[in-house]
Design a protein around this ligand. Structure first.
Ligand code: SAH
Length: 220
């Protein structure tokens, strides 16, 4: 991939996207700055490049989707990411959300069940000079015990039930954000905060994500 040149039109579109995110009540400056720094157009298929700065989910390879920027911003802000954190993402997809987290955390581990998607994401991170992400082809529904505990866990595919196995991989005081609910319907974005032996849960609203599937993809 050639080096990424800033496109003046893209910068104008990005500025209006940031305005929209502010209007939606997203005020976390570090999160907005990360969204300003990571060019979303690099993460969407060529034919959707003009729509990269609209607040829309878009199709990516392997029948998956890159979430709308407002959803990425909201989920990232809910995660309260800090510079010293090691974050785990489940569902690399295009690699966009991982790139946003990589601007906000010390280290990001991200799991994807499609090798094709992971390889595409790795190419994009390299082109953008992002070096603090480890991408792994794995079934993320089991989390990543070898790297646990994590300060933060972000699940970007819908789990049918609250992901207890993943909450177990959080540090004390850690936060997990995941869409929970049926694959074919609307899910509730849910925040889990682990405090000692207790887990506090908070509802963050309705979302629609592709399902979290078991196992790694056999082809692709
Ligand atoms: N975060 C992505 C969008 C994720 S779409 C982005 O920024 O573009 C959801 C992703 O989760 C898809 O790529 C899908 O293949 C992946 N996925 C679904 N089930 C999974 C599982 N069990 N383990 C790992 N990845 C999974």
């Amino acid at each position: 991939m050639p080096p990424v040149e800033p496109d003046p039109d893209a910068r104008i579109r990005l500025a209006s996207l940031i305005l929209r995110l502010r209007e939606l009540g997203i005020s976390n400056r570090r999160v907005l700055a990360a969204i300003e720094t990571v060019p979303r157009e690099v993460f969407v298929p060529e034919e959707y490049r003009d729509e990269a700065y609209l607040d829309r989910a878009l199709p990516i390879a392997c029948g998956q989707t890159i979430s709308a920027p407002s959803v990425v911003a909201m989920m990232t802000a809910a995660l309260e990411p800090e510079e010293r954190h090691h974050a785990l993402e489940i569902g690399t997809g295009s690699g966009y959300q991982a790139a946003i987290l990589a601007k906000l955390c010390r280290r990001v581990t991200t799991l994807e069940r499609y090798r094709t998607l992971l390889e595409g994401a790795e190419t994009r991170w390299a082109a953008l000079g992002i070096t603090n992400i480890a991408g792994i082809v794995a079934d993320g529904s089991k989390g990543w015990p070898a790297g646990a505990p994590f300060d933060r866990i972000l699940v970007t595919a819908a789990a049918a039930v609250a992901p207890a196995k993943l909450v177990a991989q959080l540090v004390d005081g850690g936060i997990l954000v995941a869409p929970v609910g049926p694959a074919d319907g609307v899910q509730r974005l849910t925040l889990f905060r682990k405090e000692g032996t207790k887990v506090e849960t908070r509802d963050l609203g309705a979302v629609r994500f592709v399902p979290l599937l078991e196992g790694v993809a056999r082809n692709l």
